[in-house]
Design a protein around this ligand. Structure first.
Ligand SMILES: O=C(O)CCC(=O)C(=O)O
Ligand SMILES: [Fe+2]
Length: 315
């Protein structure tokens, strides 16, 4: 089925002032072209990355098929030296492999101690630091993490949201990104931060009938493009070619709003988690009532939440 997509706006040569004052407050995804990213877009070939990036062990997703499935877990976690990972991700068929000769790889780089440290490629890959410049469109103290994203051709990452604002820098290779607004979360069949609708191009509408109501935004990223993904916007990514990306997460809210134990940028703000816990308690309390009453009071609570907490400012 061909879906109507809304193209993500593309702008060339955006200044820091224009981004901060006009674009950022709109809280919409945007592709920025022509940003000065340093030498990485020409320098980061497979040979260069495997020589300069070194042999540091990295944890990777390995899948026998292109569409990774977090429900059936059709992928495994393995480790490889960084140089090997780059070489394997760049080839279609492998002499050495874990599952099958055409298995696919995905690297999402981690901090030194992934339970405590956030990823920052400037720390984990210091010899590559000089090659890349991050867009200077937010204050240094807002910086949260910078993450290597390296994938085999064809690999698809499931639809999910993160809680930080994000610049996804496409350094080499092509990628298709489909995005959904946080306002359409009700049509995405969420399980935590991820959507259960894995096949967004040909969804099972008997199982996910509301999915067709979700407005689909789409863009293609080529080397040198930077996609601004506002916090809470859902994104689904297909690497159309072997590709190297780096994403930079930064804090939009005051620091104290975020969960201090979050190293990935995807734990809900503490006030949201606390509210969800309180709601669970309310639901437990409601279950003391017989069905007819529980239903009536639950519906009244939904109306109350809509009235008090939904924004009237969004379409
Ligand atoms: O481009 C990718 O591989 C995934 C990007 C992503 O999920 C992110 O930057 O948050
Ligand atoms: Fe993400």
């Amino acid at each position: 089925m061909a879906w109507q997509s809304i193209p993500v706006a593309r702008l060339e040569g955006v200044s820091q002032e224009q981004f901060t004052q006009q674009l950022y407050p709109q809280r919409k995804p945007l592709v920025l072209e022509g940003i000065d990213l340093g030498a990485c877009t020409s320098k980061w070939t497979v040979d260069y990355l495997s020589q300069v990036g070194g042999k540091k062990e990295v944890k990777i997703h390995v899948a026998a098929v292109a569409q990774m499935d977090f429900i059936s877990k059709n992928f495994v976690y393995r480790t490889l030296p960084f140089d090997k990972l780059v070489q394997r991700a760049a080839e279609e068929k492998h002499e050495e492999f874990f599952i099958s000769e055409d298995e696919k790889y995905y690297l999402r780089s981690l901090g030194e101690d992934p339970r405590k440290d956030v990823a920052d490629i400037r720390k984990q890959f210091p010899l590559l630091e000089g090659d890349i410049k991050f867009p200077k469109f937010f204050k240094e103290e807002q910086f949260f993490s910078s993450v290597f994203r390296i994938s085999s051709p064809g690999l698809q990452l499931w639809t999910h949201y993160d809680v930080m604002d994000n610049f996804l820098i496409q350094v080499t290779g092509k990628k298709r990104v489909v995005l959904f607004s946080p306002r359409d979360a009700q049509y995405l069949y969420l399980s935590g931060t991820k959507s259960e609708v894995l096949n967004i191009d040909n969804p099972d509408l008997a199982k996910y009938p509301l999915f067709c109501k979700a407005r689909r935004y789409e863009c293609s990223l080529k080397a040198g493009d930077v996609l601004f993904i506002p916090a809470l916007w859902f994104h689904n990514v297909i690497s159309e070619e072997f590709g190297v990306g780096v994403n930079v997460f930064w804090k939009h809210l005051p620091s104290e709003c975020y969960d201090k134990t979050d190293t990935y940028g995807n734990k809900d703000p503490t006030a949201a988690s606390r509210a969800a816990q309180i709601l669970d308690r309310a639901l437990k309390t409601l279950s003391e009532l017989p069905e007819e009453y529980r239903d009536f009071y639950a519906r009244r609570m939904v109306l109350h939440i809509q009235d008090k907490a939904y924004s009237k400012n969004f379409e």
